[in-house]
Ligand binder design. Structure first.
Ligand code: PH4
Ligand code: ZN
Length: 306
């Protein structure tokens, strides 16, 4: 079917108490893995493209791949701009048929974040495109921060309420303790659920969890087996993710798990058979590894048959 509104998908998830996976693409193999995985579980899915991915493959290529594959399948597929930082990219995404955009001005002072976000909402809504914004900040996975410093990055629930009212955004990504990348936690994974609960109560809109990759034991074991250095990597456990969904998260971003699976798949085949040089034989298994990640995530998020 044609691309479906992200807002429609997420408001349904919010009412139904589940979350929808938002998976980042960087090439054709990822697009196929994501959409095939979602089709096998009859689940809605959000395909997202970052500014870096747009620089890598071009916006027309990204849109072309996602749209044409979405049209062939019976599940709802949405196309989202992830971490839009530049005004031009956001406008480009709106003009090229994305169903939602994220404007990420979370590193700016609060009033500037409000002003920039509101400007994007005005333009996007006129075009029927929904908008995600972020409050609080996700520390880089390598940032060495004290507990107090980490705390200062988290969303303020009162501010979240005013932010949503002032900007008119459709979805909010509140910083509640995750970070991007493979090294999210030193010990057990933990999130600030009290804060999440308050944000949901005060905003009453679909919430988004960034930096949500599982980096689970199986993935690390496979990666290390084929020579990726990932010792000490740690992501979000399935239990923590399920609880986040119960407390109001409706969109869950995953990129790192796909990157690890992709690289492990490629390294496996190249290590096992030095006669292989057909790209399809190298990238095919990588695609299959990523599809498994997509399916595992969809099961945890509760969007099977939705
Ligand atoms: N994202 C992915 C960000 C990818 O510039 P870039 O292409 O490297 O950006 O928004 C996530 O929240 C992914 O979280 P993860 O690292 O836990 O998968
Ligand atoms: Zn993110």
């Amino acid at each position: 079917m044609a691309l479906v509104s992200t807002k429609e998908i997420l408001e349904k998830a919010d009412k139904g108490g589940y979350a929808v996976g938002a998976f980042n693409i960087n090439n054709m193999e990822t697009v196929i893995a994501i959409i095939d995985g979602a089709v096998e579980l009859n689940s809605p899915v959000i395909v997202e493209v970052s500014e870096g991915a747009i620089r890598y493959m071009g916006i027309k290529m990204a849109v072309g791949m996602v749209k044409s594959l979405a049209e062939e399948v019976p599940i709802p597929v949405a196309l989202h701009l992830d971490h839009g930082k530049r005004w031009d990219t956001v406008i480009d995404a709106i003009e090229n048929g994305f169903t939602s955009v994220m404007i990420d001005a979370s590193d700016k002072p609060y009033n500037d974040n409000v002003e920039i976000t509101k400007k994007v909402v005005d333009v996007a809504h006129k075009a029927g495109v929904s908008v995600e914004a972020e409050l609080g900040r996700l520390p880089g996975s390598e940032d060495e921060l004290s507990v107090e410093e980490r705390e200062a990055f988290l969303v303020d629930p009162e501010q979240a309420e005013s932010f949503v009212a002032q900007t008119g955004i459709d979805f909010l990504a509140p910083a509640i303790g995750t970070s991007h990348g493979a090294f999210k936690f030193k010990g057990e994974s933990k999130l600030d659920f009290e804060r999440l609960k308050l944000v949901k109560e005060k905003t009453q809109i679909p919430l988004v969890l960034h930096g949500a990759s599982s980096v689970n034991e199986n993935l690390i074991e496979t990666a290390i087996k084929y020579g990726i250095e990932l010792q000490g990597a740690r992501g979000l456990s399935d239990d923590i993710l399920r609880r986040a969904v119960r407390e109001g998260i409706n969109k869950v971003n995953t990129d790192t798990d796909l990157r690890i699976a992709f690289t492990a798949g490629i390294r496996k085949i190249l290590l096992e058979d030095s006669r292989v040089f057909d790209p399809r034989k190298i990238l095919g298994p990588a695609r299959d590894f990523m599809k498994e990640v997509v399916k595992e995530r969809i099961e945890v998020l509760g969007s099977v048959n939705k």
